[in-house]
Design a protein around this ligand. Sequence first.
Ligand code: PLP
Length: 409
Amino acid sequence: MKAFDIQKIRADFPILQREVNGKPLVYFDNGATTQKPRQVIDAISHYYSQMNSNVHRGVHYLSQISTDAFEVTRRKLQDFIHAKHEHEVIITKGTTESINIVATCFGRTFIGEGDEIIISAMEHHSNIVPWQMLCDEKGCVLKVIPMNERGELDQEAYKSLFSSKTKLVAFTYVSNALGTINPVKEMIDVAHSQAVSVPVLVDAAQAVQHIALDVQALDVDFLVFSGHKMYGPTGVGVLYGKEDLLNAMPPYQGGGDMIKEVTFAKTTYNELPFKFEAGTPNIEAGICLNEAIDYINEIGLDQIKAYEDELLAYATAALAEVEGVRFIGTAAEKSSVISFVVDGTHPYDIGVLLDKMGIAVRTGHHCAQPIMEFYGIPGTVRASLAMYNTKEEVDALVVGLKRAIGMLL
Ligand code: PLP
């Protein structure tokens, strides 16, 4: 493992050297998507200039090397999340598609009228809407784990939501809008200790780039995340599922690659993981995600988390000094997301003014409208930090925020 050298890390990300609106870019929208290191960018160029070919079908050289590289990523992902089997790693378009696969294939097969699905009050829309669509179709019921003012899930209420009709639990590891880190292992154990063990889906979209994941230690049934939030390319993500569950589910889409044999009378489906990977995947993204995983592994998630935790504490203390700032999401266990509102101002106006100073933050509901409704606000300003951010950038945010507030009030 390399020492944590912030200047070297920053130098690896070409976009961090650019200016926006005549000011050095300060990028604090990492929860939406992270920037890409040179290693990933070069791999994409190398793929198209030296390897481009379809995977899993050609006998020719280029197809073989592309297929091999694509499968290297799968093995890398298996190691990264410590899955028992390589074929438990389904390569998808991203978190949203992965959740939709489970809602469609597991949901339509194993969840029926009157059955219950438990989600939490702090889900991203992509972990709400697919379940609502299933409920509309099947007549099943969505139950929601409530949270307190700090943005922590009420664990006693969670336990009381289970009944003999509960068929699935789905919740986020880290809230994209609040930064809360949920007690995932404990919550999985609660679901598994019911009279009939209830499977659990964990949305790790905001965890995978900050916290080391071990699906076997967690004993999670499904785990989903996106490549673009972990310094990798857009258009690729993961659905991890336990082998027996994935085997019991029908395919998601029909097409090439997911079949064993097709006649007009009958089609037999391919084995895992290909059963869930119909059609040509995003080959370049799949292959180049490999570089992002290597990049993270070389620095190590333990070092990344320690650095980000320090930065989070620094940023929280610095922003707390700004008059009028009110934090939304103050859980005891937090990842590097800081959401806040400023009394008397609209988050959008703050975001626009910060942008003029080269500072990129996210404003709005962050695809988590129920959270905003809970707090009775239209949205927040969100600064989400990554391993390449610095205390100097936090200082720039504080100065910029004070200026913006001065202009607005
Ligand atoms: N879940 C969480 C917690 C997220 O933060 C996001 C994206 O912001 C998603 C799901 C959806 O991810 P994607 O748009 O990559 O599918």
